[in-house]
Ligand binder design. Structure first.
Ligand code: KG4
Ligand code: ZN
Length: 332
C-alpha cells in the first residue's frame, strides 16, 4: 500500500507515490517554466489550464513507474494551499475524485509543510526537533519543529521572499524567468565583494527578514552598470547572492542559538542555490550544528515532498474531509 500525492500550487504539475514510511517510489514533474518565461512570470490562468492537461497523464506515469495500480493506493493527497487558487483546485479535485472512486481517504497537504519536512526524506528521518529555514519563491520562514504538526513560527519576511528577491533582481538585470537559478549560474564566475548591497536586520537578535531594500539598492546601481560586460554581470549576481545568502545563514544560526537546537534544516527552491549550500555547510560545521539539506530535485516544487508529508500525517491517523477547501493563504 502507498500514498499518491499531487502538487499543483503554482506552475509545476507533479505527482508522486511513496510508501507509508515515506520512501519515494515514483515522482514526476511537468514543468511549465518554458511557457511562463514568455510572460516573465507565472500567469495563473495559463498555469491552471496546463495543470488540467498534465495531471491525468502524470498519475498514470507514476503508477507505471512504481509498478502499481490505483487499487494499491491507500490514500490520495494533494496540496491545498498556499498557492494560486485556480491551480490548487486542479490537484485537489483530481485527488478527491480518485479518493471517491477508489473509496480511500483524502489528505489535504500544506505546501509549506511539504517543503519543511523535505530534508527528512531519503532516510534522513525521523522528523526530529530542529530549526527549519524555508526559502521559496513566496515564503521565507524560520520555524521551530518539535514533531510532525507541532511547529512554531520564529520569524519571516516582512516584504519580499528570498526567491522573490532573486527573481525580481534577475528581471531588473535582464536575466530570464525564473531568475534564481540564473543568478546562481552567473554568480559562480563573479566576485561576491564587488558591490556592497544591504543586509537587512543583520544586527541584533531579530529573526525577521526583509529583502525589498536589496531590490531598491540594485535599482539605484543600475544606471551605473554596463551589464553587457560579462564580468560586471557576474559580479552583480555574485554580490546579490552573497547579500541574500549571508542573511539567511546568519539568521538560521541565530535561531539555533536562541532556541538551543543543534539540528537545522533548509528547504524550498532557494535551497538549491550553490552559494547558499556551501555557506551553510561551512558555517554549520563551524558552529557545531548538524545540517540537513534536501536533495536539489526535492528543493523546488515537487510532489515527492507532498507525498512524504501526507505519509507522515497518515501514519498519525490524519485524513481530511472531502469538503476541505483550498486556501491560497494557508498558514503553516
Ligand atoms: O519552492 P519553489 O520551487 O516554489 C515556491 O514554493 O515558491 O521556489 C521557487 C523559487 C524561485 O524564486 C526560484 O528563483 C528560486 O526558488 N530558486 C533559486 C534557485 N533555484 C530555484 N534561487 C536561487 N538559486 C537557485 N539555484
Ligand atoms: Zn514551493
Amino acid at each position: 500500500m502507498a500514498i499518491l500525492a499531487l502538487e499543483s500550487s503554482c506552475d509545476e504539475t507533479a505527482a508522486a507515490i511513496c510508501t507509508p514510511d515515506g520512501r519515494l517510489l515514483a515522482s514526476r514533474i511537468a514543468s511549465q517554466a518554458d511557457i511562463h518565461r514568455l510572460y516573465g512570470g507565472v500567469v495563473p490562468e495559463v498555469a491552471s489550464r496546463n495543470h488540467i492537461l498534465h495531471v491525468r497523464p502524470l498519475v498514470a506515469e507514476v503508477l507505471a513507474e512504481a509498478g502499481m495500480q490505483l487499487g494499491d493506493i491507500a490514500a490520495f493527497a494533494a496540496t491545498s494551499g498556499p498557492g494560486l487558487v485556480s491551480s490548487l483546485l486542479i490537484g485537489t479535485s483530481m485527488a478527491k475524485a480518485l479518493a471517491v472512486a477508489e473509496k480511500k481517504p483524502f489528505l489535504a497537504v500544506n505546501h509549506m509543510e511539504g517543503h519543511l519536512l523535505s530534508p527528512f526524506m531519503d532516510e534522513n528521518g525521523p522528523v526530529s526537533p530542529s530549526i527549519a529555514l524555508i526559502v521559496s519563491g513566496g515564503h521565507t520562514m524560520l520555524v521551530q519543529v518539535r514533531s510532525v504538526g507541532d511547529y512554531r513560527l520564529l520569524g519571516r519576511t516582512r516584504d519580499d521572499a528570498a526567491g522573490e528577491a532573486f527573481d525580481k533582481v534577475a528581471k531588473m538585470i535582464g536575466l530570464p524567468y525564473p531568475g534564481g537559478p540564473e543568478i546562481d549560474k552567473q554568480a559562480r564566475l563573479g566576485n561576491p565583494r564587488a558591490y556592497a548591497f544591504p543586509r537587512s536586520f543583520l544586527d541584533g537578535q531579530s529573526l525577521e527578514f526583509s529583502f525589498s531594500g536589496l531590490k531598491t539598492a540594485v535599482l539605484y546601481e543600475l544606471p551605473k552598470l554596463n551589464l553587457e560586460n560579462a564580468t560586471v554581470l557576474a559580479d552583480v549576481c555574485a554580490s546579490v547572492q552573497e547579500a541574500i545568502t549571508e542573511v539567511l545563514v546568519e539568521k538560521l544560526v541565530l535561531a539555533a542559538r536562541q532556541t538551543g537546537e543543534t539540528l537545522v534544516t533548509v528547504s524550498g527552491g532557494v535551497s538549491c542555490n550553490r552559494g547558499l549550500r556551501e555557506k551553510l555547510t561551512a558555517r554549520c560545521a563551524k558552529e557545531g550544528l548538524t545540517l540537513l539539506l534536501a536533495r536539489p530535485d526535492l528543493c523546488t516544487d515537487n510532489a515527492g515532498m507532498i507525498a512524504f508529508a501526507a505519509a507522515q500525517r497518515f501514519s498519525l491517523g490524519h485524513t481530511s474531509p472531502l469538503e476541505a477547501d483550498v486556501d491560497p493563504n494557508l498558514a503553516l
